[in-house]
Design a protein around this ligand. Sequence first.
Ligand SMILES: *[C@@H]1O[C@H](CO)[C@@H](O)[C@H](O)[C@H]1NC(C)=O
Ligand SMILES: *[C@@H]1O[C@H](CO)[C@@H](O)[C@H](O)[C@H]1NC(C)=O
Ligand SMILES: *[C@@H]1O[C@H](CO)[C@@H](O)[C@H](O)[C@H]1NC(C)=O
Length: 304
Amino acid sequence: MFAWLLCLILVSEAWPVKCQYQQQQLIILAGQSNMAGRGGVTNDTRTNKLTWDGIVPPQCQPNPSILRLTAKLKWVLAHEPLHADIDVNKTNGVGPGLPFANAVLTKVPNFGVIGLVPCAIGGTNISQWRKGSSLYEQMIQRAQVALRGGGTIRAVLWYQGESDTVNLEDAKLYKERSDMFFTDLRSDLQSPLLPIIRVALASGEGPFIEIVRKAQLSSDLPNVRCVDAMGLPLEPDGLHLTTPAQVRLGEMMADAFLQSIPSSIKTTSHSHSHSPPKFPHFISYFLILPLLTHLFWMILTFRY
Ligand SMILES: *[C@@H]1O[C@H](CO)[C@@H](O)[C@H](O)[C@H]1NC(C)=O
Ligand SMILES: *[C@@H]1O[C@H](CO)[C@@H](O)[C@H](O)[C@H]1NC(C)=O
Ligand SMILES: *[C@@H]1O[C@H](CO)[C@@H](O)[C@H](O)[C@H]1NC(C)=O
């Protein structure tokens, strides 16, 4: 009986090693096609179908410290295209999410495990992201599932607005609608100053690009930073960022993000030590297992 109790205590000591995602630094990715990623997606002239060329530059390669929440709400190693199972009705390619995460880890190596939560859907306008809409509620739900691991939402990356350049009225209302969206989002995530890194449009579906860009570049909400994508190379469709453009954008967003977070976060990730504490856990795990086996064996042989 006593031995069983001892086993239980030992097992519970070793348990935390299973909760390896506890320290995740969560990043929500939302918006429309250029956030979902269309880098390397072109119209195949033979088949007339949009296809992804499959080219993954080094900045977008998988990294054991970058995970992704799938459509089925499981954590997996992140790889391109990040939105393949989210923006399911479109052909997805390279987006800014992985180059962003790789750039953050290059600049702050002890940042911890990054958990990307892709939520972007191509062709969506700002009204479709309003609180109460299915896109909005799904994003909140995915964020809440992501938080169950014990991590913290560090930022929202938002690239959207191309669809709001078609009508003058929508373009004029963009500032008001996006401010409301950010405010609702922060309130529902219970993080009133959550860093938001938004992108000023490089392209649009209609003629009123400059009105939307002005709204994006002049937001007066605190802790909302804007990265300007204008001038980055576009695919032949004139709407979507190429793969090299997405790599550049991801790096620009990483710089904006690292400027937006208090330096204490960057340095406390030292003291919280995301990777080093795993080591003692691992060691104890490997020490405890043989010990347990040995204990069991001793009990068994003692009785029989
Ligand atoms: C591909 O290009 C052809 C010819 O320009 C066009 O007719 C077709 O609609 C395009 N397909 C897609 C999926 O964009
Ligand atoms: C994909 O298309 C189906 C059928 O039209 C639709 O029900 C579904 O909502 C679409 N999903 C997304 C993510 O666009
Ligand atoms: C946004 O898109 C939806 C779906 O395409 C459409 O029904 C709606 O009219 C659009 N809203 C605005 C304000 O453009």
